[in-house]
Ligand binder design. Structure first.
Ligand SMILES: CC(C)(COP(=O)(O)OP(=O)(O)OC[C@H]1O[C@@H](n2cnc3c(N)ncnc32)[C@H](O)[C@@H]1OP(=O)(O)O)[C@@H](O)C(=O)NCCC(=O)NCCS
Length: 187
């Protein structure tokens, strides 16, 4: 499925391309970025490049699309945002995202999420958008809830950390188009 680039107030969402690799690596080498993710502690340059290729493959597939989150003014790539597992018949997709720790807590993710939801629901005719995240990832969960996502359930022991072998639950949150439309007050 083809998605447009989306212009925002402080950032633009631009289809992922190789210009992001240096900035992607800058924050992918920070262990704090991966605190609530099961797989790794940080990425080497080679691992960042492999990860970048994975996002490109997902973006080129008919069921996905990845934008880089590009900061206006200096063109710094401060994160990525993807839509995955798109089902065009049902109008549903999963989302996956990350923002550089240097930009956390400044409302950037909320700006991005609002832009994507407005596009998916108001222009592309989607009905359901969902995410899964580790159950102790407060930043991720609060960000989703702040735009109206509702907790739908828990996937017990869904994650298994490569770092320490600990299993963690995943929570599933979702928002439906009528809820987003009714919740424009979240703005
Ligand atoms: C989740 C993430 C994208 C949030 O990005 P961000 O730009 O810092 O988020 P925002 O500043 O837009 O904040 C959005 C909301 O979440 C809340 N929030 C942000 N960080 C928080 C934290 N550490 N604890 C609790 N709430 C938090 C904010 O208060 C805000 O809600 P409000 O508007 O009601 O006050 C970022 O923390 C991240 O990239 N984490 C690492 C990657 C990750 O975990 N991705 C999800 C994997 S499934």
């Amino acid at each position: 499925m083809k998605f447009p680039d989306l212009p925002g107030e402080r950032i633009d969402l631009v289809e992922i391309n190789a210009s992001c690799i240096d900035d992607l690596h800058e924050y992918s080498s920070m262990p704090v970025f991966f605190e609530f993710m099961e797989l790794i502690e940080s990425r080497s340059r080679e691992e960042t490049e492999t990860y970048y290729q994975k996002l490109v493959r997902r973006s080129q597939a008919p069921t996905g699309h990845y934008w880089m989150i590009r900061h206006k003014g200096d063109d710094k790539v401060i994160g990525t945002f993807g839509v995955l597992d798109i089902d065009t018949r049902k109008g549903s997709c999963e989302i996956g995202y990350g923002v550089s720790p240097q930009y956390w807590g400044k409302g950037y993710f909320k700006e991005v999420l609002r832009m994507v939801l407005e596009y998916l629901f108001d222009e592309a005719g989607f009905h359901r958008v969902w995410a899964k995240t580790q159950d102790d990832n407060a930043a991720s969960i609060n960000s989703l809830k702040s735009l109206g996502f509702k907790h739908e359930g828990t996937l017990r022991d869904f994650y298994l950390s490569e770092k320490n072998g600990v299993r963690n639950d995943a929570v599933v949150l979702a928002i439906l188009r009528p809820e987003f439309s009714a919740g424009k007050a979240y703005k």
